[in-house]
Write a protein that binds this ligand. Structure first.
Ligand code: TYD
Length: 217
């Protein structure tokens, strides 16, 4: 069972991934909690490059895809062991962020075609103003952030959010969660969706597939 959590910066992905992971574990499942960019060599390179802001968005997109290509190997291995894999960010992040930087969604889709589709994607949706406010309080940055920087960040995250919402219309696996409420409220919504997905995963495991039936008869 493969779950991805997506959303703009400050939407609460980290918090909800951890809480969800604990909950799924407590239900008796083996889990694997992971994130992108990864801690692998390409992921590290990306973090450094993002800090310096020295790469153009096409290069960034290719690096994110390369990091993901390594990541997908680990994910497939864990899925093969029957684990519930929860990833914070996946290829939808590339489409939303690098798409917001002006790259074509078709090209981004193409270079990420190798990445298997999750069973469930939860999109933590929140207006950029609220997200920035949260990030700023967390890092007590708000007062030092210049108005212009704030405006640019808000505009960019608004574009990222719009692409995410468009993707949710296109991909059935994406469920939108209103992430403006309290941690408890949002986590309740997250668990409701995941609980349902786990039940149907269990049903599928019980039911023999068409292929099994064909082999039997
Ligand atoms: P983030 O989740 O914020 O990592 P952390 O807070 O642990 O440093 O990810 C870093 C940034 O990378 C974030 O602003 C979103 C961006 N990103 C992309 O632009 N494209 C991608 O494909 C991914 C996975 C992330």
């Amino acid at each position: 069972m493969f779950i991805a959590i997506e959303g703009i910066d400050g939407s609460g992905k980290g918090t909800h991934c951890k809480l969800l992971n604990r909950w799924v574990k407590d239900k008796g499942y083996d889990t694997f909690l992971t994130k992108e960019p990864t801690d692998g060599p390409v992921g590290k390179l990306i973090r450094e490059a993002l800090k310096k802001g020295e790469l153009d968005s096409k290069t960034e997109a290719l690096l994110f895809a390369a990091d993901r290509s390594e990541h997908v190997k680990v994910i497939s291995e864990k899925l093969g062991e029957g684990k519930v894999v929860i990833t914070e960010r996946y290829f939808f992040s590339s489409m939303a962020y690098q798409g917001a930087s002006g790259l074509s969604l078709e090209w981004l889709r193409e270079i990420n075609r190798f990445a298997p589709m999750p069973d469930l994607v939860l999109l933590l949706d929140i207006p950029p103003e609220v997200a920035i406010e949260r990030i700023s309080t967390k890092n007590s940055l708000r007062s030092s952030v210049r108005e212009r920087e704030y405006f640019e960040k808000k505009e960019f995250l608004a574009k990222v959010r719009d692409i995410y919402l468009d993707l949710a219309k296109e991909y059935e696996v994406i469920s939108i969660i209103n992430a403006t409420g309290s941690i408890e409220e949002v986590q309740t919504a997250v668990r409701r969706k995941v609980g349902r997905a786990i039940s149907s995963w269990e049903e599928k495991k019980k039911k023999p597939s068409q292929k099994d039936l064909e082999e039997y008869f």
